[in-house]
Write a protein that binds this ligand. Sequence first.
Ligand SMILES: C[S@@+](CC[C@H](N)C(=O)[O-])C[C@H]1O[C@@H](n2cnc3c(N)ncnc32)[C@H](O)[C@@H]1O
Length: 255
Amino acid sequence: MPYNEALRSLKKIITTKDGSQTLYSSEFDECYHSTNDGALNETLQKHIIPAFTLLSPKNKIVILDICFGLGYNTLATIYYCKLHKISTKIEIISPELDEALVRGLKDFVYPEEFDMIKPIIDQLSQNLHYKDEQFNIDILIGDARAILPNIEQKIDIIYQDAFSPKKNPLLWTREYFEMLRGLCNDDVIMTTYSSATPVRMGMWENGFKLYTPPKSSVRSGTIATLGSLELEFIDMELKLERNPDAKSLKDSEYQ
Ligand SMILES: C[S@@+](CC[C@H](N)C(=O)[O-])C[C@H]1O[C@@H](n2cnc3c(N)ncnc32)[C@H](O)[C@@H]1O
């Protein structure tokens, strides 16, 4: 059966509010993107624009994209750099469990903004790797929890974009964020759509400082760093004083 038919039978294609397409996963009972915010719009507003606006200047940027899925975060990073003529060298490391999904992405209908990077999409889908003078991208097939300990690079940006804590809790626990912390440069920018207290607790208990994302057209989330940012600070000590029952998610609850 051609891949697109197989894809349709396992995962439903959904057109989101900005016209870009995403998938619904019956396995996780969740969409890959917010249908209201729009797949491309959400990607740019929640992850790429805040990360590139807040990151201090670097000669090279290393990005951890959790998890690759349809690749919007990685692809929109390339699109954003080309659009804004950002020539910094960029390395992207992206774990993904679902190899069949990635292999089929050459046939996925992306927004026209990605037309100019279609050859990159095809190479990533075919080789799980892409390299040119500016970008070096690796999709690492497997469980992100098993992959993270083998990453040797120090990370500057994390797109924390797993399925939700309710559907995929092991990618949101205190122990998971401990692994991420061990990989990060101090001025790391971690972006996520989640503003759930247990998620924030897990980040904060590992020394991340938390901030409210700059105002945008999409639902808010959280920005985390090990340094400090000129954004609205989220005072987790105060939150804990007001809600002593607030707890991070723990591996032991899900294994
Ligand atoms: C919300 S989607 C990612 C959305 C992605 N940023 C995009 O642009 O499509 C979550 C992805 O995580 C993958 N996944 C789920 N559990 C995983 C795990 N333990 N390790 C690696 N990937 C995982 C799923 O296969 C899915 O592709």
